[in-house]
Write a new protein. Sequence first.
Length: 342
Amino acid sequence: MNQKLLVSPSPHIHSGDSIEKNMYRVVLALIPALIASVIFFGWNALFLSLISIASCVAFEFLIGRFMMGQDGMSITDGSAIITGLLLGLNLPSELPWWIVVIGALVAIGIGKMAFGGIGANIFNPAILGRVFLLVSFPQQMTTWPRVKEVMESAHNAVTTASMDAVSSATPLATIKGIASGNPEFPMQSLGSLRDLFLGQVGGSLGEVSAVALILGGIYLLIRKVITWEIPVSILVTVFVFAGVMHLVNPTLYVSPMYHLLSGGLLIGAIFMATDYSTSPMTRSGQILYGVCIGLLTMLIRLFGSYPEGMSFAILVMNAFTPMINRFSRPHLFGQVRGEKQK
C-alpha cells in the first residue's frame, strides 16, 4: 500500500495531431490543384503561387516580429503558407505580381495579424485578400486567359495547355449570361461537364479542375483534418437550389451539375469554409453554416451583379459564426432544457 496512484493533468490520451501537422496536410491536399493550374495555365501559375506564399510568410514574420513583439516562430506552423497558397489559387494566371503582394499584405496584415494571429481571426484571410483585390482591381481580377489544349511530344503523350492573349468568359460568366437572357450566351456556349471536371476552362488558378479539388478533399476527410458537415451541406444546398431553378425554367437556369463544378464552389467548400478559426464548432452549427453559404452563393450567382458569390458568402457567414456557436451549444450534462448556461 506504499505505492500511490498518480494522475497527471489532462489530456490523458493524445491523438498525435497538432496544428502544424493539420496545416501541412492541407498544403499537401492542395498540391493536385496546384499541379493542374500549371498544366492548364503554364509556369506563370507556379510563379504567382510562390510569390503569394513568400509574401504571406514574409508579412507574417515582419508584422509579428516588429509590430507585435513576437519571436517570429509562427511562420513555421504552416498557416501563412496555406493562406498564401489559397490566395494564389484564387487569382487569374495573368495577374501582375505586385497585385499579388498587395493581396498577401491585406490577407495577413488585416485578415489575420490584426486580430492577434492564428486562431483569433474572424474572417478567412485568403478570402479577405481576394475580395479586397476583386474590389480594388476589378479589371485585372476578371481577365481570364483562354485555355487551349495542345499535345507535347509523342514520347510521353502528356497534355499541356497554353494561353491565348485574348480573354474568355468563364463558365460562371456564361451561366450568368444565360440566366439574364443575353443572346450572346446561348445554352450551347456553356461547354461540357467533362471540361469542367478536368479543368479545361477559364477561371482562377486552382478552381478550374474539379477532379484535383475532389482528390484533395477526400484526402482531408480520410486524415480527419476536416469533417463532412460543411462541404456536404454547401454542395447539397447548391444542388437543390440550382435543381429547383432548372426545373422551373430550364431555358434560363442550367443543370445543377454545372454549378457544382464551376467557379470557386469546390475550393471554397472544401478548403476555405472549413477553416477552424472562422467556422462553427458544433455539428448542427456547421450544417446551418454550410446551408447558408450555399444559399447566399446561389442568390449572388443567379440574381446578383457578380457571376460568383462563394467568397462573399463565406465572408458573410464568417461574421455570423460567433452567433451560430452561441445558439448551437450542446446542453450540459444534467442541465434542465431551457435553462440558460452561465
